[in-house]
Design a protein around this ligand. Structure first.
Ligand SMILES: Nc1ncnc2c1ncn2[C@@H]1O[C@H](COP(=O)(O)OP(=O)(O)OP(=O)(O)O)[C@@H](O)[C@H]1O
Ligand SMILES: [Mg+2]
Length: 272
C-alpha cells in the first residue's frame, strides 16, 4: 500500500482549537494538491462533522461490526476532503481482534491512491486512546495557546507521552495569538521547560492568529479557509500546510498500515 502520511492533532487543554485546525489544515493541504482524510477520534460534542455542517448517518462502528464498508461511512467535506466520523466505538479501536484489524486494513486499502494524508483529531488530555493515536502517527501536533493553563497542560501531555511512551518528536502550534512574536514567545516558554526538565526538544510548527473569522465560520458551520480565504487565519493555515508538506517524513513510523497495526499491536502494552 502506498505510504499515507499520518498526523495526530492533540492538546493538553480542551477548546484550544484542535478541530478547527484539523478541518482547515485538511482543506489547506487539499488545496495544495494532497488528498486528505480526517479521522475524527474525539468523542466530544464538537466534532468535525458538526463543525463543517455535514450529515453523517454512519460512523466507524458500522464498519467494525460489518454493517457498512468504509466508503459508505466516509463523507465528503469542503474542497473534497474526506471525513471519517467519530463514534463511541473509538474506545474499542485499541482493542480490535485480528479479524477486525484485517478488515479495517482491507477497507482502507480500497482507498489506495485516494488518500495521501490522514489527519487524526484526538480528544484533549492524555487518555489511553489519545496516546495511541499520537504514538502511532508520524507527526504529532500539540496545540497550545497563550493562556497559562493551555501551556502547562501542553507540558503535562508532552511529559506523559515522553516518559511513558518514549515519544520525542513534537510539533507545536500556538493558536489564538496577537501576532507572530507572541507565537514564538509562547513556544519558547514551553520549549525551555521541556528541554530543561524532560530533555525533549520541540519543533515550532507556527501560529494561528486570534481571528474573528474563525468563530464566524464555526457559527456558519463552514471551514474558515473556505468562506474567508482572505482572512489572517487562512493565510496562517496555508503557510502551516505548506511547511508540513515540505517536511521530511520519518520512515520509521506512521504509514497507514503501521498506524493501524500499532493501534492494535501496542494496545496491550500500554499502561497509564
Ligand atoms: N485562532 C482563533 N481565533 C479565534 N477563535 C478561535 C481560534 N481558534 C479557535 N477558536 C474558537 O475556539 C473554539 C474552540 O475551537 P475547537 O473546537 O477547534 O477546539 P478543540 O481544541 O477542538 O476543542 P475540544 O477540546 O473541545 O475538542 C471555537 O469555537 C473557535 O471559534
Ligand atoms: Mg475538538
Amino acid at each position: 500500500m502506498k505510504n499515507i502520511r499520518t498526523i495526530a492533532i492533540t492538546s493538553g487543554k480542551g477548546g484550544v482549537g484542535k478541530t478547527n485546525l484539523a478541518a482547515n489544515l485538511a482543506v489547506a493541504l487539499q488545496q495544495l494538491g494532497e488528498k486528505v482524510l480526517i479521522f475524527d477520534a474525539d468523542l466530544g460534542l464538537s466534532n468535525v462533522d458538526v463543525l463543517l455542517g455535514l450529515v453523517t448517518p454512519f460512523n466507524i462502528q458500522h464498519v467494525l461490526n460489518g454493517k457498512k464498508n468504509l466508503r459508505e461511512v466516509i463523507v465528503e467535506g469542503p474542497q473534497g476532503i474526506k471525513i471519517l466520523p467519530a463514534s463511541s466505538g473509538i474506545q474499542e479501536i485499541t482493542q480490535l481482534d485480528e479479524f477486525q484489524r484485517l478488515k479495517l486494513l482491507e477497507e482502507f486499502e480500497t482507498f489506495q491512491g485516494e488518500i495521501d494524508t490522514l489527519i487524526i483529531d484526538t480528544g484533549a488530555g492524555i487518555s489511553h486512546n489519545v496516546a495511541f493515536f499520537c504514538i502511532s502517527a508520524q507527526t504529532i501536533i500539540v496545540v497550545i495557546s497563550p493562556e497559562p493553563t493551555a501551556l502547562t497542560d501542553g507540558y503535562a501531555l508532552i511529559k506523559v507521552l515522553f516518559t511513558q511512551y518514549q515519544e520525542k518528536d513534537f510539533k507545536i502550534l500556538v493558536n489564538s495569538v496577537q501576532d507572530a512574536s507572541e507565537g514564538l514567545k509562547v513556544f519558547k516558554r514551553l520549549a525551555v521547560a521541556t528541554e530543561k526538565y524532560l530533555q525533549v526538544s520541540l519543533d515550532y510548527l507556527g501560529f494561528i492568529s486570534k481571528d474573528d473569522s474563525i468563530p464566524k465560520a464555526v457559527r456558519a458551520q463552514k471551514s474558515f479557509l473556505d468562506i474567508y480565504p482572505e482572512s489572517v487565519a487562512s493565510k496562517n493555515i496555508l503557510s502551516l500546510a505548506a511547511k508540513l508538506k515540505e517536511d521530511a517524513i520519518s520512515p520509521l513510523k506512521g504509514s497507514l498500515q503501521l498506524f493501524l497495526g500499532n493501534m492494535i499491536g501496542e494496545a496491550n502494552d500500554v499502561r497509564l
